[in-house]
Write a protein that binds this ligand. Sequence first.
Ligand code: DX5
Ligand code: ZN
Length: 217
Amino acid sequence: PSPIKIAPSILSADFADFGREIQAIEAQGADWVHVDVMDGHFVPNLTFGPPAVAAFRKHVKTVMDVHLMIAPVDPYIDAFAEAGADIITAHVEAGPHIHRTLQAIRATGKKAGVALNPGTPAEAVAHVLDLTDLICVMTVNPGFGGQKFIDMTAKIRALRAMIGDRPIHIEIDGGVTPETAPKVVAAGADVLVAGSAVFKGGSVDNPAPYGANMRAI
Ligand code: DX5
Ligand code: ZN
């Protein structure tokens, strides 16, 4: 198997059928399941709270990767941990205390991720690497699926150099397609989130395109 992990974002799934959608993407080869939590404040869209994430957990057999696009984030960390997240990722832009936030995520026993918007430099995480299991490099401005890829190759390379031999994943989120994926992998990414590029052309009743789309990435 490829060392590159594919994490389909269920933001592009059928919202009335999440259980079967999760089962379908895992059966088709997804490595992780990416869950986009949006609050209508940090980002201009609304999605799921902890009860929905707890319901997804019953279907996820791989790794549930929960991307929190919410501010503030600290009051909700325990709730998302209890909902069954395996990885909890918070944005460095969501508040003044990313160090405290990552400590709080680690304290729940979950893996801690930190996300960077396109306008935020790699250096924003330079002093929290020892509290971090994953760095999520946003290649769109967060809020919606199906947006155009923004090239963050230089940032990915800078992060890979900064990480050195620490066991930290570099995850790319936004606009990942068969065309853009090779570039981010060459720069040092090892986890690829993809929503529209995985779900296009398929459905829970016809899931084979999900697998073909993942293999094409
Ligand atoms: C964007 C989300 C992404 C999104 C990716 O705010 O964080 O995870 O679902 O969707 P695509 O792959 O369609 O850009
Ligand atoms: Zn995401």
